[in-house]
Write a protein that binds this ligand. Structure first.
Ligand code: DAH
Length: 343
């Protein structure tokens, strides 16, 4: 039996050395070590051995099994390693190859500037209010102290839909809508949105553009609050060196009214072509909310006061980026737009 075991070892190892794939290896494992394998077959004869022979043969059988198992494990590990290597080679990526540049979108410069303006006011504690672009004559004009036959209505040639409904010509109607909603409570809002006018398009005019309205109402709101707020806004938008000046003006919905200039963004106030040598650029209109407008919003002008302002987003964007034609914002030329992607 010992000879048969030794012969089995030699035969098995010889065969195992020639194995070159996992399937073959498995077949040989079954052939030699399986339940019906050669080793088991030989060991069946153990019953006929004497008590002295049994442990000796048992020891040999264990050695043979260990030797065969050892080679099988070795081979198996080698196959596994080769397979892993092949897989890794197949998955290899050359990170030095030039990449594909995928075109990515970016926020439109107008939206970017609008967001920046909104961020400044949100930082000052303002909420954002919105109103409809299709507006009633009442909110767009009448509630803002421009009665039906008021000459100021001629100032703004409008897109009428019916006699009483039009595309809003400014964001100011949101003032009155907000007051009616707030029901006498203090107000601090900005209202961004599109507005429409029957202008012929040119470098500084568009039939549609964007405004941001501001409205603060409460006890004891004063002109100095308005001025401080606007200075804060301008310095956050254009830099700490920026200054403002208020020029008396007229709007039917504010009294007193003012137009606000900022120190020229190009020359810093020394005078240049951009500011027509004045050192100042006009950026918005504002004033103290007219008592009649407060009343129409349901507020008592003896109890509260307020300030309001309105600015054009396009105008702020033109100044901020030194752009000379408003139409660039609407034609969406990629060469123009892509300049703002990295800003
Ligand atoms: N609504 C005005 C316009 O479209 C801008 C404006 C001026 C808004 C003064 C205001 C304001 O709130 O107080 O030209």
């Amino acid at each position: 039996m010992k000879e048969r075991l030794e012969a089995l070892r030699v035969e098995a190892l010889q065969e195992l050395h020639q194995v070159d794939n996992p399937q073959q290896l498995n077949d040989l494992r079954v052939k030699y070590l399986g339940k019906k394998g050669a080793l088991t077959e030989i060991l069946r004869g153990m019953g006929g051995l004497s008590a002295e022979e049994r442990p000796i043969i048992g020891q040999v059988a264990n050695d043979v099994r260990a030797a065969i198992e050892g080679v099988i494990d070795e081979k198996q590990n080698a196959f596994l390693a080769a397979e892993t290597e092949n897989r890794l080679r197949a998955e290899t990526i050359d990170v030095t190859l030039p990449g594909k540049a995928l075109p990515t979108g970016a926020v439109h410069p107008l939206n970017k500037v609008a967001q920046e303006i909104e961020d400044v006011f949100v930082g000052l504690g303002y909420s954002i209010a919105e109103g409809p672009e299709v507006e009633t004559d009442y909110f767009n004009f009448e509630a803002l102290n421009l009665p039906k036959n008021h000459p100021a209505r001629d100032m703004q040639d409008s897109f009428y839909i019916t006699e009483d409904i039009l595309m809003r010509t400014h964001t100011s109607p949101v003032q009155v809508r907000t007051m009616q909603q707030m029901n006498g409570k203090p107000i601090k809002v900005i209202c961004p949105g599109k507005v429409y006018r029957r202008d012929d398009d040119d470098a500084t005019h568009s039939f549609m553009f964007n405004q941001i309205e501001g409205l603060v109402v409460g006890p004891n709101i004063r002109m100095s609050d308005l001025k401080g707020t606007l200075l804060q806004f301008v310095q956050q938008m254009f830099g700490q060196q920026a200054q403002i000046r208020l020029r008396p003006s007229f709007f039917p919905f504010t009294e007193p009214s003012a137009e606000v200039d900022v120190t020229c963004v190009q020359c810093g106030g020394h005078g240049c072509r951009m500011c027509k040598q004045t050192g100042w650029l006009e950026i918005l209109g504002c004033g103290m909310v007219h008592p009649r407008v407060l009343e129409m919003g349901g507020y008592d002008p003896k109890e509260v006061s307020g300030f309001a302002f309105g600015m054009g987003v396009e105008r702020i964007a033109l100044l901020k980026y030194g752009i000379d034609d408003i139409r660039h914002f609407y034609t969406n030329d990629q060469r123009f737009l892509s300049q703002f992607a990295r800003m």
